[in-house]
Ligand binder design. Structure first.
Ligand code: BGP
Length: 477
């Protein structure tokens, strides 16, 4: 028993948090280039001027654009056989509305894929990870408009046509469910992906957001269908932000509230993407919340025809749902919810729950029977650099150890888990707050919130621990 032979081990990043080089080689400005930094207390905001973006280190980020060879060599040194990364839409279509892709942008990703393959690393590519050409935000209000479906399709098709010989594994949208998750006690109104495709302080218009999500689901299905027809052998996946929640008590009212919360946050989008249709309970949910999905002719057919080949999720934490008004509030990834007295939290309030990962994986497997990859999991913390340059991040090692052990249990339970990519294996800018000091990496990058730093890379203790985990295929924990 234990992890199957050939299990994928690696790490996950996103272009807008990692690449930097925000305005070179023909790249257009992307929504995150316009985002001001936030903090634990203050949600990020979108600013029309680009100067405001300079307040936050994303314009340079940790400069994968100019360090990719060095970074991929470090990934290989850890023993990875998979690397999840995303493509910046604006490198390929600077405004989103060009008819031909930007060759310099394609050429950059081609160099990256070639470098991965030379190291025996399989690229796993997210087509859209919390970014969107800013022009599309201004002109169409982003995904609120169904015009985006064909623009996304043109972009995605250009990637598949160019790279399908080198990249077999694709995810259509990062954490697609967050765009439409307006429900329950669980949601922080300020920090949502919303209709613009990223996290920012936005009005919480449920109808608009559910329609934006519908447009994304149709766009995803359209591209999946095309990939299957034009590039057989391609593996197309969803990507959901999975936040397991528990009922506060055995009061049936709490049980029902939790079941509903689980449906609306965790199952709504993936039921569409894995099964090809909205779940039967969606009609009532829409009606009770005044949501009217603007279904176009052909949408339902596309959803049916564009179902995914594998299921992927991010998993960081769990939550508690109750109806008694007795829950203490707790912060979390995209959500606010109830505090669980049995769990500890990270400094940012995310409740650490490895057993929750085992439960989630079992539930997902029971529901869909599709191969599963955990494509994000990690621990954000401030790191101390010692005088000799070493970083003793035992808190990160402990988080990793417990979550790998939980996955191993799930595999022994019979779950078809095929891979694991740790979030932010090299320090990147935080998506939620725009901070640099919230670090997830096994590799430290000398870069700070005020924009200073040499960008030099160094190995933390967790680097060597993950190397050992991978070398033993998850046995030596
Ligand atoms: C996920 C996002 C990532 C990432 C991660 C950690 O939800 O997909 O982009 O950043 O959360 O979140 P944060 O950076 O806010 O700590």
């Amino acid at each position: 028993m234990g992890f199957p032979k050939g299990f994928y081990w690696g790490g996950a990043t996103a272009a807008n948090q990692y690449e930097g080089a925000w305005n070179v080689d023909g790249k257009g400005d992307s929504l995150p280039d316009h985002m001001r930094g936030g903090s634990f207390e203050t949600p990020r905001q979108i600013d029309a001027t680009l100067d405001a973006g300079a307040l936050y280190p994303s314009h340079e980020a940790t400069d994968f654009y100019h360090h990719y060879e060095e970074d991929i060599a470090l990934f290989a040194e850890m023993g990875w056989n998979i690397f999840r990364m995303s493509i910046n839409w604006t490198r390929i279509f600077p405004t989103g509305e060009e008819t031909e892709p930007n060759e310099e942008g394609l050429a950059f990703y081609e160099r990256v894929f070639d470098c991965c393959l030379a190291h025996g690393i399989t690229p796993l590519v997210t087509i859209s990870h919390y970014e969107l050409p800013y022009h599309l935000v201004e002109k169409y209000n982003g995904w609120a408009s169904s015009e985006l479906i064909d623009l996304y399709f043109r972009y995605g098709k250009s990637l598949l046509d160019r790279f399908s010989g080198k990249v077999k594994h694709w995810l259509t949208f990062n954490e697609i469910n967050v765009a439409g998750a307006p429900f329950g006690a669980a949601l922080s109104l300020g920090t949502v992906q919303g209709y613009t495709g990223t996290m920012a302080d936005l009005p919480n218009d449920i109808n608009l957001r559910m329609n934006a999500l519908h447009n994304q689901l149709v766009a995803s299905a359209k591209l999946v269908k095309y990939a299957h027809e034009a590039h057989p052998g391609t593996m197309m996946g969803n990507m959901d932000c999975f936040i397991l929640s528990y009922p506060e008590t055995c009061d049936p009212a709490d049980q029902w509230a939790n079941l509903e919360g689980m449906r609306y946050f965790n199952w709504y989008s993936s039921d569409v993407q894995a099964r090809g249709a909205y779940p039967s309970w969606a009609r009532r949910m829409w009606a009770e919340r005044g949501i009217e999905i603007e279904m176009q002719p052909g949408d339902e057919e596309l959803l049916r025809e564009g179902t995914i080949d594998f299921y992927t999720l991010s998993y960081y934490m769990s939550n508690v749902v109750g109806t008694h008004g007795t829950l203490e509030e707790s912060a979390g990834n995209m959500t606010q919810g109830g505090k669980n007295p049995y769990l500890e939290s990270s400094e940012w309030g995310w409740q650490i729950d490895p057993t929750g990962l085992r439960i989630a994986l079992n539930e997902i497997w029971d529901r869909y029977q599709l191969p599963i990859m955990v494509v994000e999991n990690g621990f954000g913390a401030k790191d101390e650099v010692e005088a000799d340059g070493s970083i003793h991040d035992d808190y990160r090692i402990s988080y990793l150890r417990k979550h790998v052990a939980a996955m191993r249990e799930a595999v022994d339970d019979g779950v078809g888990l095929i891979g694991y990519t740790w979030w932010g294996p090299i320090d990147v800018v935080s998506a939620g707050t725009g901070e640099m000091r919230k670090r997830y990496g096994f590799i430290y990058v000398d870069k700070h919130d005020d924009g200073t730093g040499t960008l030099a890379r160094s190995r933390k203790d967790s680097f060597f621990y993950y190397q050992k985990v991978i070398a033993s295929n998850g046995e030596d924990l």
